[in-house]
Design a binder for this molecule. Sequence first.
Ligand SMILES: Nc1nc2c(c(=O)[nH]1)N=C([C@H](O)[C@H](O)COP(=O)(O)OP(=O)(O)OP(=O)(O)O)CN2
Ligand SMILES: [Zn+2]
Length: 149
Amino acid sequence: MIQQIYPSAAHPFRYELNKDMQFAAAHYVPSESAGACSRVHGHTYFVNVTVAGDELDESGFLVNFSQIKKLIHNRFDHSLLNDHSALFSDEDPNRYPTTENVARIIAELVSDFLAQTVNKPQCVQIFLRETPTSYVIYRPYAAGGNRHE
Ligand SMILES: Nc1nc2c(c(=O)[nH]1)N=C([C@H](O)[C@H](O)COP(=O)(O)OP(=O)(O)OP(=O)(O)O)CN2
Ligand SMILES: [Zn+2]
């Protein structure tokens, strides 16, 4: 489906898994300075989720690829991102559905899911492409290992 080499995330783990997926969604950026983006419009978002860890689960997986897809694709596909009121808000620029914020929120959703697994791998990078010419990379951990939340 998607065949692209992504910038790599630095991490100390033995295993690294990458899951590509896409979802179709509409959004608007509720800011006058966003120009045309303040009007409702749609994208086919391309996502690459990077998960890393040292331990595998009872299936020999870091995490099941399909679980990662279900978590993100099933939630956002064919939706208006702004309608996800638990995640996005018109009142807070850090909760507008910009590429930056969507990438961070995907990282948070994946991290929350992984924290509940037995082997507890970590989400180390989200690559989110909004248009053929625009993408954002979000890395939950700084180079020194500090997580930004
Ligand atoms: N830093 C950000 N800038 C912009 C965002 C964003 O999320 N973060 N979003 C938009 C718009 O939503 C738009 O969908 C994407 O903008 P843009 O890349 O300009 O889209 P084009 O397809 O028109 O790009 P061209 O390369 O000019 O064809 C805007 N900015
Ligand atoms: Zn847009």
